[in-house]
Write a protein that binds this ligand. Structure first.
Ligand SMILES: C[S@@+](CC[C@H](N)C(=O)[O-])C[C@H]1O[C@@H](n2cnc3c(N)ncnc32)[C@H](O)[C@@H]1O
Length: 257
């Protein structure tokens, strides 16, 4: 599941080794790389609103409210990706900031799979979706993880401001500074931490055993690789400052150092 597949695909094709990573100062003014696409933005908002309305309107009949929570959490997540970028990092705002377009089939496919799993299990075996007993505690854990994950992701984007980019940076831009304050003092990659636990939490909310394991595995592999590559570039940009920051902070995703 690649939340910025274009960037990481390009990145993976790069044959540079750690020692010869290029530090290129990007001279391009932000205005040149920012596209204003109001039509696309309003149609996205319309689609999001319609999907939200349909699910909120239709699914109460199924008496499985978790699915409403899931859809609302998805809409909120993608809205905030755009809104926080527009507010705190306006030089990089673009319709892609919704993280909906160009995200790769895997991302859309993963959520579709999760919703289908939920509906199939609900239809064939409604008892397994009854939020009672142990399943109540699983669902509540999921809600807490999703809310905490969303909060941490949003605050990380706000704190990192212009140093945050959805696309992994291979060139150091002039205003790219090393962020070590706020949540970054406690988490080395707070936005990845937030996304990881948000997505896993949502599978607990849906009481989806299969998607829970698939999301955990795929996301862990994705972030493990992404963090390794990202840190090679961050060391090439910030040298010893990043190395000592790395020594003093943790990622807080299991088994990622
Ligand atoms: C999607 S953002 C994710 C930031 C960070 N990994 C996180 O999870 O909060 C990716 C960009 O953030 C930049 N970045 C990551 N950590 C940073 C830090 N501590 N200070 C400044 N820039 C950082 C990287 O250069 C990369 O281009």
């Amino acid at each position: 599941m690649d939340i910025s597949s274009t960037a990481s695909d390009n990145f993976n094709n790069d044959t540079s080794s750690e020692s010869d990573l290029p530090i290129i100062i990007d001279e391009k003014p932000f205005a040149d790389i920012t596209k204003n696409e109001p039509d696309l933005i309003s149609s996205t908002s319309f689609i999001l609103g319609t999907v939200l309305g349909l699910f909120v309107g239709l699914f109460p009949a199924l008496k499985f409210k978790s699915i409403n929570f899931y859809i609302i959490a998805l809409c909120l997540f993608h809205f905030l990706e755009y809104y926080i970028t527009a507010k705190y990092n306006p030089g990089k705002v673009h319709s892609d900031s919704f993280l909906l377009f160009g995200n790769g089939k895997e991302y859309i496919g993963a959520h579709t799979f999760a919703l289908l799993e939920c509906l199939i299990e609900y239809t064939l075996w409604p008892q397994c979706k009854r939020v009672a007993g142990i399943r109540f505690y699983i669902a509540v854990t999921g809600v807490v993880l999703a809310l905490v994950g969303q909060y941490i992701r949003t605050m990380a984007m706000k704190t990192a401001a212009q140093s945050f980019s959805h696309i992994l940076k291979r060139k150091k831009e002039r205003d790219h500074i090393l962020v070590t304050n706020g949540l970054y003092a406690y988490f080395r990659h707070p936005s990845y931490f937030g996304f990881f636990w948000w997505a896993i939490g949502l599978q607990l909310v849906l009481l989806n055993p299969l998607s829970f394991f698939i999301f955990t595995l795929v996301l862990w592999r994705f972030f493990s690789k992404r963090i390794q590559i990202e840190e090679e570039y961050l060391i090439s940009f910030f040298g010893n400052n990043y190395i000592s920051y790395k020594k003093n902070t943790k990622v807080w995703i299991p088994f990622i150092q």
